[in-house]
Design a protein around this ligand. Structure first.
Ligand code: AMP
Ligand code: MG
Length: 590
């Protein structure tokens, strides 16, 4: 069992300059008035010292007393040297005695998972934290963001105090939560761990079907494609010109004996000293093995001259050998190959009219939210148009999926229960967006828990932290976040690899390139960050990448401008300008 406290723990999340300490200073007396005894834990970034040089306690501590407890009639303080190995957040919580305190307020420790109130002042123009942090239980602000979370007035200290007072009455102690399914858990899974769990639960499609050429695009081959013919089928000319024998390479004057167009042939065998006028793609006459370009020849009645000094001839020039592209009986594409335009052309060039592929995956798709409405309908007050179902539809179509569109589902448990009940009967996999945070209207988890199984419900990443993965017996379920950018990023990182594995495309791996950062970038320890970027090639042929404007997870235009995602790994906290970093090009994926 993790070390913890039976006391309610509440933090404040805000950018610096929001006035956190001033607010707390005003809040504390009000809580005390209500009889709430408050302990505070504050994280300091600098090497602070509460002891004064020269005092006895200072001298004894410097001499090696550790801890050093100093006590007077008024207060006491314990000084413990941690030698750059700070105690964990939970060890700190344990040090506060539950007997003399009713509430622990926390300033700092923003990477720790425990309930927090977000403070935001409109004038500072800082992004919202609640969009990516499911630990936020309320917002104290001076604007009206779109959210289901309770909104408090940042300037109304009594209102904030009343909210906290009420919250304490029903707040569960931290230790009640377990590690895997808990918004306040410290043990949040990484992107890598999440993907591993997903792929372990994905079974490849076993059903196959034969599809005609015109329907093959985007599907995945279920059998190796073997060529029944040579491509090209006959040795033919790569140029318009004159076919000759290679024994005649030193000769300049030839007798013109015929003319061959593509699709036709010269019925006789070519003899020494003879040439045949030949068009591109026409089969070489028997014995002929070399073609001289039309532009390098002069003709006079039945004779053709080549100027060997000006245009020397080499044996086999301008000739395409039979089977030089593909040999009869050779492997053209292995099982698991996805058919794209070039591959479709290749299959057609082998003369095949169909191929065997894995049956398309049936994907049940729906959006959630009382505020979400269909494009094309008159705008309703306080509503937004459903962007997610369209981005998801397009990405699923590109992956050759069959889409079962269940539309927009209200934020009601019964409506979700119904759609999931139906979807799991009809589909191979279910994908929804929205309703997976910890707001009052986020019911996906509850319903999934009741009807199926949750494997995880958030990952340490941004954007896309609230991401539910579960299953209804054998049918996997992805509850994607609501924010449109988070939807696309989580689809690319988790749903697409899962679908490709389901479709038997075992050869696929996302393309990753190394690029040079054009600015300093920051991330949080333990978190994988996906920043929208634009990459280009500089004059030294190196790939450079820069971020684009606003990065909020609801700002879909960022996804439109970007041509890559910059991936910052969990162990990286800072990337300097000109450092190498990893980018994921989007060109072929969207
Ligand atoms: P939720 O997690 O359901 O609270 O959604 C997070 C944010 O995404 C909210 O601002 C929603 O309004 C927005 N959102 C949810 N679903 C959609 C959708 N289908 N299209 C566009 N935005 C959405
Ligand atoms: Mg919602």
């Amino acid at each position: 069992m993790r070390q913890s406290t039976p006391l309610p723990v509440l933090g404040f999340a805000a950018f610096s300059g929001t006035g956190k300490t001033t607010l707390l200073e005003a809040l504390l007396p009000k809580l005390l008035q209500k009889g709430v005894r408050v302990a505070m834990i504050k994280h300091a970034h600098h090497n602070f010292d509460i002891d004064t040089p020269g005092k006895d306690s200072f001298r004894l501590r410097k001499a090696g007393a550790n801890p050093m407890l100093i006590s007077s009639n008024f207060r006491n303080a314990m000084m413990t040297e941690t030698h750059d190995e700070p105690p964990s957040f939970y060890q700190l919580l344990e040090r506060i005695s539950p007997d003399s305190v009713d509430l622990i307020l926390v300033e700092g420790f923003k990477d720790e998972t425990f309930p927090k109130i977000e403070l935001n002042r409109n004038t500072l123009k800082k992004p919202w934290l609640f969009e990516d942090d499911p630990n936020i239980i309320a917002l104290a602000c001076d604007s009206v963001p779109k959210t289901d979370l309770p909104l408090l007035d940042i300037n109304d200290i009594s209102g904030i105090c009343a909210f906290i007072f009420q919250w304490i009455q029903k707040s569960p102690p931290l230790k009640k939560y377990n590690a895997s399914c808990d918004a306040f858990s410290k043990d949040i899974l990484s992107v890598k761990e999440g993907l591993k769990i997903i792929l372990e639960h994905i079974k490849p499609q076993s059903q196959t079907l034969n599809l005609p050429l015109e329907k093959l695009s985007h599907h995945v081959l279920s059998e190796p494609l073997i060529s029944a013919v040579n491509v090209p089928s006959t040795t033919n000319s790569a140029m318009d010109g004159y076919a000759i024998l290679s024994q005649d390479l030193t000769q300049e004057r030839f007798k013109l004996v015929g003319e061959i167009h593509a699709g036709h042939e010269y019925a006789l065998a070519l003899k020494k000293g003879e040439c045949v006028k030949i068009m591109t793609g026409a089969p070489l006459p028997k014995n002929a093995d070399t073609v001289v370009m039309k532009e390098q020849a002069q003709t006079e009645k039945e004779s053709v001259f080549f100027n060997l000094t000006k245009y020397p001839i080499t044996k086999g020039q301008n000739v395409r050998e039979a089977g030089e592209d593909i040999q009869k009986g050779g492997l053209v594409f292995p099982v698991g190959t996805r058919i794209c335009a070039a591959k479709l052309g290749m299959i057609a060039s082998l003369g095949m009219a169909s191929a065997s592929v894995f049956s398309p995956i049936k994907v049940a798709l729906f959006s959630t939210g009382d505020e979400v409405q269909n494009p094309g309908t008159p705008p309703k007050e306080n509503c937004i148009y459903d962007a997610n179902r369209q981005t998801l539809r397009a990405m699923l179509t590109k992956l050759g999926c069959e889409i079962l569109d269940f539309g927009i589902i209200k934020d009601q448990k019964t409506a979700l229960e119904e759609v999931l009940h139906q979807a799991k009967k009809e589909a191979d996999i279910i994908i929804s967006s929205g309703g997976v945070s910890v707001g009052e209207a986020d019911h996906i988890k509850t319903v999934l828990e009741k009807q199926g199984k949750i494997h995880f419900w958030h990952l340490n990443m941004r954007p896309g932290r609230p991401l539910v993965f579960g299953s209804f017996e054998t049918c996997p379920f992805f509850g994607l976040p609501g924010n449109p950018v988070a939807v696309m990023v989580t689809f690319l990182e988790f749903v697409e690899p899962a679908l490709r594995q389901m479709q038997g495309e075992h050869l696929w791996k996302p393309q990753r390139l190394t690029a040079l950062a054009q600015e300093t970038l920051y991330s949080k320890k333990g978190r994988t960050e996906y920043i929208r970027g634009i990459y280009s090639i500089n004059h030294k042929a190196q790939i450079e990448v820069q971020t684009i404007g606003a990065q909020g997870s609801g700002i879909l235009s960022s996804m439109n401008e970007a041509n890559c995602l910059i991936e910052i790994s969990p162990e990286t906290l800072k990337i300097n300008k000109n450092d190498a970093l990893c980018i994921i090009p989007l060109n072929t994926r969207l």
